[in-house]
Design a protein around this ligand. Structure first.
Ligand code: GDP
Ligand code: IMO
Ligand code: MG
Length: 434
């Protein structure tokens, strides 16, 4: 057993929720390290589909410890709403749910500013409007309010008032900011605090203690590598460190404690919101992938943009995260497509690029160079053994592995827990997962 990071290798929605749910059976602790409630991690248990936004996906396994690390930003009302919903499904939080006192709050003015920035932007990012960017802006500007600050009501109220006045001064024409009321926000948060105060801890210390006791931690990333604020397709990114390094800064666990990094990728590509996407299919084929893959945002319901597998992007994700292995998700969605295309390089103004470019405006001009592979025109839904996959499908998987240089440890053939091929092999053996 080991401490393992699960990280999105594309633009999010790769199927991290399903993988964390499956793997958490073999772990003691699941810790979220960044992002806020824009994340939508879907877990399908039997007939039930559960979408988790802030609470780690391990919560659905009895007895597992779940942690929201310091790198997460928390909309307290939304967290409590999610906890209430989970309690109705008989999920218990007492004694095994912990929230870092250092995690920053997403406050009502952050949501107002998120929407206002998008409205005014010359080039929209297509944010979820949940206040994530402005909350991280305040954190970096050192004016953020942390969840632990709620235990000092006077201090909390003063900071709230100061911040709201400051935002109004910066955006005097914003009518929504003018209507926000400090007393109302203060009162609401005091009430919320009573509900969650028992879960607030120094989570870095608790994680350290658990690891020293020999417990095994699964770090659950939100979003994905190409949405990372430093390494993604800036500025069309989210505002946190979604890549593997974020697991350490976002929880306070030393990089020395990490034993493995598992990237999650679809057998094709999707993206929600704006920004370049070289392998995007804007035609009927893209629409059929969207329908077959049910590619509609788990948080906002927006249609996801769809396209072919991009080996350039995944090779980049493998490098910046140090991926030991990949989980290949939603293979079944390709069942009816023939032929299937895979992007191996980009053509940019006559040059052949094999490395993912740094600039979004360059990426936007990149034309994909495709290899065409035969489809298998046969259902793979629910296949549990690799040997039972059609030969063309097995060749597709092997070909992707060669192109990206990372072995596939897990192959997903449907949304349910049990629709998964877990490959035996040295990586999973060394992580003790099989
Ligand atoms: P996350 O944000 O990375 O956790 O991914 P999402 O939950 O937003 O999106 C993944 C979607 O694909 C969810 O609706 C899952 O239930 C679904 N899903 C996961 N794996 C598979 C699979 O192998 N096949 C199919 N058809 N659906 C899958
Ligand atoms: P999970 O964890 C896919 C996208 C938004 C937008 C950009 C910035 O489910 O994979 P933000 O509101 O964060 O400032 O939006 O990031 N985005 C996601 N796309 N999956 C997600 O989360 C996302 N969270 C944010 O669509 O383009
Ligand atoms: Mg999602």
């Amino acid at each position: 057993m080991a401490n393992l990071i699960v990280v999105g290798a594309q633009w999010g929605d790769e199927g991290k929720g399903k993988v964390v749910d499956i793997l958490s059976e073999r772990f003691d602790v699941v810790a979220r390290y960044q992002g806020g409630n824009t994340a939508g991690h879907t877990v399908v248990v039997g007939e039930d589909k559960i979408v988790l936004h802030l609470v780690p996906s391990g919560i659905l396994r009895k007895g597992k410890i779940c942690v929201l690390g310091n790198g997460v930003v928390i909309d307290l009302g939304e967290l409590i709403h999610e906890m209430d919903q989970l309690e109705r499904l008989h999920v218990r939080f007492e004694d095994h749910f912990f929230i870092s006192r250092r995690a920053h709050l997403v406050l009502p003015y952050h949501k107002v500013l998120d929407v206002a920035h998008e409205e005014r932007a010359a080039k929209k990012i297509g944010t979820t409007g949940r206040g994530i960017g402005p909350a991280y802006v305040d954190k970096m500007a050192r004016v953020g309010i942390r969840i632990g600050d709620l235990h000092e009501p006077g201090l909390f109220r003063d900071r709230l008032q100061h911040n709201l006045l400051e935002k109004r001064a910066q955006f005097p024409e914003n009518p929504a900011l003018a209507t926000l009321d400090v007393e109302q926000i203060f009162g609401g948060h005091r009430k919320h605090y009573e509900r969650i105060r028992g879960f607030l801890v120094d989570s870095a210390q608790i994680l350290d203690r658990l690891i020293r006791e020999g417990k095994h931690v699964l770090f659950e990333g939100a979003q994905g590598t190409l949405l990372d604020v430093d390494l993604g397709t800036y500025p069309y990114v989210t505002s946190s460190s979604a890549t593997a390094g974020g697991a350490c800064t976002g929880t306070g666990v030393s990089p020395k404690r990490i034993d493995g990094i598992l990237g999650i990728s679809k057998a094709y590509t999707t993206r929600v919101g704006e920004g370049p996407f070289p392998t995007e299919l804007t035609d009927a084929l893209g629409e059929s992938v969207r329908i077959r893959g049910q590619e509609f945002g788990a948080t906002t319901g927006r249609p996801r943009r769809t396209g072919w597998f991009d080996a350039v992007g995944i090779r980049y994700a493998a490098r910046v995260n140090g991926l030991d292995a990949l989980a290949l998700m939603k293979l079944d969605v390709l069942d009816e497509l023939d032929p299937i295309q895979v992007c191996t390089a980009y053509r940019y103004r006559g040059d052949l690029l094999t490395e993912f470019p740094n600039e979004s405006n360059i990426l936007a001009e990149c034309q994909p160079v495709y290899e065409t592979l035969p489809g298998w025109r046969q259902s793979t839904v629910g296949t549990l053994e690799e040997a039972k996959l059609p030969p063309a499908c097995r060749s597709y998987i092997r070909h992707l592995e060669t192109l990206v240089g990372v072995p596939m440890a897990l192959i997903s053939t449907g949304p349910r827990r049990d629709q998964t091929i877990i490959r035996p092999g040295p990586l999973l053996d060394s992580w003790g997962l099989v």
